[in-house]
Structure formats: structure tokens, C-alpha cells
Design a protein around this ligand. Structure first.
Ligand code: PLP
Length: 377
């Protein structure tokens, strides 16, 4: 079986884990956490970065930092991972789902303003497949209506909009280092804080509601319970692994982009024959090779292609199921249909794409897709 994803070691991951253990401290916020955080801050121009145990954790921290409560509404796409919504549901918010654009599968910026009410507290956007949302229009909307902007940049590390790193637009943004993402730590994530008003409270929430970070810096001589919070920080073993990955980010992403480009070039003839649709880059956006998807013409074709590829020992997979139709939310949703989300999610397939993928594996996958459509190549 060619897997959909395969974790990899690219540099000093194991050596750094050993160093962390031998240093006598493997709980959170040691040397490797700080190295990861400052690398991300410097490279991408982020305000401040705090490592978390997952992107889910970082999103939950956003819900707390924005003081989201039962009276609030949060707008986000329905075509996203459950964590984007759960983080705000946990604070009691009502989620108002927006439809996506048919080209990039990102939130449709022209449909946001109609959803804003006096109760709207935040807009959460997702850069699908690492391709940017229309940040000019979106930033203008959140500024005009004074609502917070959160970027779920789980898929978007090292991708840019008009030269500015994704994750640097939101007051708060999040990254994921889950094993399926570009840069991995098994489970891991980061909260990016671009608005300084949240710096101090973010540290406290992440350390169980205490001001322990201030104690570590020698600013106080005992630490106390000062706010709500949880344990959102990863151990130094995770941070050590992650730091080695971050040091090799350029190599990983370059490889993934070249795999992505090869899929795109080789599958183009199928798009010209109108049997599939390939991804599109939005204006001003770069791409980071995070995932390669294609859209079939209908759900039946998609399911048949998935079955066929799985029979050929290729682990192709679908992606997000619309959250507004999920068993948990369908009765809480306001009943609006989201036609693009509903039609797209059932037609999408992601192809295997991982750092150690071999040319012959990729060529085999491409040839099987041509076989499925009975087209010679
Ligand atoms: C992967 C993903 C998450 C969750 O990331 P974890 O690190 O696994 O918590 C959240 N949002 C989006 C858009 C994702 O793709």
C-alpha cells in the first residue's frame, strides 16, 4: 500500500531529543520550545509564538483569549476540520457557517458581510491546502465591523499572500505540526499572537491559569492562580523533534512542492478532457505543497475513483465533511444551505503526498488515475 502520509526524520530530531533528556528538563518551555518559537517569529514576522500540544489547543486558547461566551457568534467556513468550530463551541458560541469559493475552496469573502450581526465577535478563516484566502478583502471586513480575525493556518506554514506570511494577518493565528502537515512533531501546534494586547494573558492561559512564565523569567518570586487556563504546552521532547524539522523546513517544502507540481503537470490532460478539476492558486498567493487534491465531476465518480485507487493499493482519501451537516451540528445550524461546500466536499480526493515519496510511487498513482478514466497516457 502506498500510504497517504508517512512521518519522516530529516535532521537532528533524535539527537535533540537526547540532548533534551540529558539537560535534565523535558517538561515544557525549555530550550527547544524557545528555539522553535523564535525561529517561527523571526522567519515569518509573527508577533509572538507559543508552542502548544496541537493546533486544536491553540484554537481553544483563541476562544478563551477573545472572551467568547454564549452571547457571541463566530463566523467560519463549514468546509474545515472540527477543531476550528469546537474551540468556540466549548466557550458556548453559536457558529455561523459561511460557504466557500468554488475555485480555492476558501471562505467566500463576498458572503461574509451578510452573516455579520451585532453579536458577531470573530471571523475564523482557513487557508485550504495552504492557499491564501483573499486577505485584502477579509481584513477590510473585520476592520470595518470591529470583529476579531483568527487565521487557522494549520495547513499554511511558509505560504504567503502578497509577500506576507499567512498567520501574520489575524490578531491570533494557529499552526499545526500534526504528522499529516508539512512540518511535523507527531502532535503539536502553535498559537501566533500578532496583537500585543493578548501576549500576557496567552502565557497565563497556557500555564493552567498561573503566572508561572513570569516566575521562570525571574519577574516574580512565587507563582499564583490568576485566570482560567489549561495545560496547553508541549513537552521538550516534542519541541526538540520539532526544532530539527523547522531547521530543515526549506528542504521539506521544496520537495513537497515538486511532488505537487508533478501531479499537476501530469494530470492536466485529464482536466483538459473535463473528467477532473485541478486546484487553483488564488491571486497573490503562494503554495506550500501541503496537500494535492482533485475534484471529480460528481460524487459517484469520486467514490468509484477512491475505491479503485484503494484496490490498487493507493491510499487516496477524501477530506472535510461539511460541519453544518454533521450529526453534532445539523440541528444547531440555522438551516441555510451552503451549495458550494455541499457539492465540493463529495467530489474531492487527496492523493498521497509525503516527503519520502519515490518517483515510481508517484508515477504509479498517476498512471492508475488515467487507467480509471480509460485514457491512455
Ligand atoms: C489539521 C487541522 C487542524 C487540527 O490540527 P491538530 O494539530 O491536529 O489539532 C485544525 N484546523 C485545520 C484547518 C487543520 O487542517
Amino acid at each position: 500500500m502506498i500510504p497517504y502520509n508517512k512521518p519522516f526524520i530529516i535532521g537532528k530530531e533524535l539527537e535533540y531529543i537526547r540532548q533534551a533528556v540529558e539537560s535534565g528538563k523535558i517538561s515544557g518551555d525549555g530550550k527547544f520550545s524557545k528555539l522553535c518559537q523564535s525561529l517561527l517569529e523571526k522567519r515569518f514576522g509573527y508577533g509572538k509564538v507559543l508552542l502548544t500540544s496541537s493546533c486544536t489547543d491553540a484554537l481553544e486558547m483563541c476562544g478563551i483569549l477573545l472572551n467568547i461566551s454564549e452571547d457571541d457568534e463566530v463566523i467560519m467556513p463549514s468546509f474545515t476540520f472540527v477543531s476550528t468550530a469546537n474551540a468556540f463551541i466549548l466557550r458556548g458560541a453559536k457558529i455561523v457557517f459561511a460557504d466557500i469559493r468554488p475555485d480555492t475552496l476558501n471562505i467566500d469573502e463576498s458572503k461574509i458581510e451578510a452573516l455579520i450581526t451585532p453579536k458577531t465577535k470573530a471571523l475564523v478563516i482557513v487557508h485550504y491546502a495552504g492557499v491564501s484566502c483573499n486577505m485584502e478583502k477579509i481584513s477590510a471586513i473585520t476592520e470595518k465591523h470591529s470583529i476579531a480575525l483568527v487565521e487557522d493556518a494549520a495547513l499554511a506554514i511558509d505560504s504567503y499572500y502578497k509577500g506576507k506570511a499567512l498567520g501574520s494577518f489575524g490578531q491570533l493565528s494557529t499552526l499545526s505540526f500534526h504528522e499529516t502537515k508539512n512540518i511535523i512533531a507527531g502532535e503539536g501546534g502553535a498559537l501566533i499572537i500578532n496583537d500585543p494586547q493578548y501576549f500576557e494573558r496567552a502565557e497565563i492561559i497556557r500555564e493552567k491559569g498561573t503566572n508561572r512564565a513570569k516566575l521562570f523569567r525571574g519577574e516574580i518570586n512565587k507563582y499564583e492562580w490568576v485566570d482560567i487556563g489549561s495545560s496547553y504546552l508541549p513537552s521538550e521532547i516534542i519541541a526538540a523533534f520539532l526544532y530539527a524539522q523547522l531547521e530543515n523546513m526549506d528542504t521539506v517544502i521544496k520537495k513537497r512542492i515538486s511532488l505537487w507540481n508533478l501531479y499537476f503537470q501530469k494530470l492536466k490532460p485529464l482536466q483538459e478532457l473535463s473528467v477532473i478539476t485541478l486546484p487553483i492558486l488564488s491571486e497573490g498567493s503562494t503554495m506550500n505543497g501541503q496537500l494535492f487534491y482533485l475534484l471529480c465531476n460528481n460524487e459517484k465518480d469520486r467514490n468509484n475513483l477512491l475505491d479503485f485507487l484503494n484496490q490498487q493499493k493507493i491510499k487516496a482519501v477524501f477530506h472535510y465533511l461539511p460541519l453544518h451537516l454533521s450529526p453534532f451540528y445539523i440541528n444547531k445550524h440555522d438551516g441555510r444551505s451552503l451549495p458550494v461546500t455541499e457539492s465540493t466536499s463529495g467530489r474531492l480526493i487527496r492523493l498521497p503526498l509525503f516527503y519520502e515519496m519515490k518517483d515510481d510511487e508517484q508515477n504509479y498513482i498517476i498512471s492508475k488515475i488515467f487507467d480509471f478514466f480509460n485514457i491512455n497516457h
